[in-house]
Design a protein around this ligand. Structure first.
Ligand SMILES: *Cc1c(COP(=O)(O)O)cnc(C)c1O
Length: 346
């Protein structure tokens, strides 16, 4: 990896961050707070939240096997993705390389930040072509994006391929693990000490059942986390979100039970969808959705909408012709979908 201060944008390296009232006072003993122009009357939320979310990070790290110094929390993973561009990529000059097809936000964030996006097609099994991705990189390539398990294909990226990227690419390697709780392989979070250029993204939006509170995680070496903290909005994770996430972490057993049920339902749905006469393929999934190929995908999508059932039509995405992405719901919801699909074209 190139030295971090060569990868970071010069204006960001030189940035003197905003110092909030809550940053300047870090002790715990005080009982009169007249430093932040807040309303003194207790609404439960009259105080600014902890800008570095220290208590919440402790709790998350006790489950994830990292230390709070390795963890950034943001307004969804989307904030962490956007920050990667703002921290590392000089608009109009730098570029990033990403596996394609994958999550659409990488490209949108690249465009917003005026960064060239070099998409490199995966093979037919949706495994990234590492040689082609490394060849697409040049001296101005700052980031390389992988998503594992991948959205929309649902497969894990082979570990050896990710390890090659981590060893051979000289910039930052981002592994988006939004769906890792549903996967049959462990997270890369445990590899942070081996790879200084690794950034792992996870989220509370999928297995944790909290898409509505907007909370995303980025795990990386402390030097990277520190720059992200310097650039983010001071109070980027609000108190309601911190409280709700904290309560969910106390109920970790519930998450495990939900995940177990979703995995059982996923196996059942793979069988049932494959058995539909017009379904030509269901891709093996390590996520909480399946990608199913059916030649009339767009017609079937519209038919489902007419029946009040919404899936995601991915037919226009690279390598995903004629395919619907189906989220695994409750067993009742899944049954409704199957009943409806069985009646298609009868
Ligand atoms: C759903 C999803 C996310 C989650 O984004 P949030 O902003 O945390 O809700 C991130 N990456 C991928 C690949 C996803 O599919």
């Amino acid at each position: 990896m190139r030295p971090l201060d060569e990868l970071i944008r010069p204006n960001i390296a030189a940035l003197e961050p905003y110092s909030s009232a809550r940053d300047e006072y870090k002790g715990k003993e005080a009982h009169v707070f007249l430093d932040a122009n807040e309303n003194p009357y207790d609404t439960g939320y009259n105080r600014y939240p902890d800008p570095l979310q220290r208590d919440l990070k402790e709790k998350i790290c006790s489950i994830k096997g990292a230390t709070p110094a390795n963890l950034f929390l943001g307004n969804g993973s989307d904030e962490a993705i956007d920050l990667m561009f703002r921290v590392f990529c000089r608009p109009g000059i730098d570029n990033v390389v990403a596996m394609e097809p994958s999550y659409g936000m990488y490209k949108v964030c690249a465009n917003v930040n005026d960064i060239e996006y070099r998409a490199v097609r995966t093979n037919a099994q949706f495994q990234p072509e590492i040689d082609a991705m490394l060849a697409a990189a040049d001296a101005n390539t700052k980031l390389m994006f992988f998503c594992s398990p991948n959205n929309p294909s649902g497969n894990l990226v082979e570990r050896a391929l990710l390890e090659r990227a981590l060893k051979e690419f000289q910039g930052i390697v981002i592994i988006d693990e939004a769906y890792i709780d549903f996967a049959s392989e462990p997270s890369f979070v445990r590899q942070l000490d081996s790879y200084p250029n690794l950034v792992v993204l996870q989220t509370f939006s999928k297995a944790w059942g909290l898409a509505g509170i907007r909370l995303g995680m980025a795990f990386a070496q402390p030097e990277i986390i520190n720059v992200m903290n310097k650039v983010k909005y001071p109070y980027n994770v609000n108190q309601l979100t911190q409280d709700r996430a904290s309560a969910m972490l106390d109920d970790y057993q519930k998450i495990r039970e939900w995940t177990e049920s979703i995995l059982k339902e996923r196996a059942r749905m793979e069988t049932l969808v494959s058995a539909l006469p017009y379904c030509t393929q269901v891709l093996p999934s390590d996520a909480n959705f399946i990608l199913a190929r059916m030649p009339e995908a767009t017609k079937i999508y519209n038919y489902l909408v007419d029946n009040g059932i919404i899936v995601r039509n991915r037919s226009r995405i690279t390598l995903c012709q004629d395919s619907l992405r189906i989220t695994i719901g409750t067993s009742q919801e899944n049954d409704q979908l199957i009943e409806c699909l069985k009646k298609y074209n009868l």
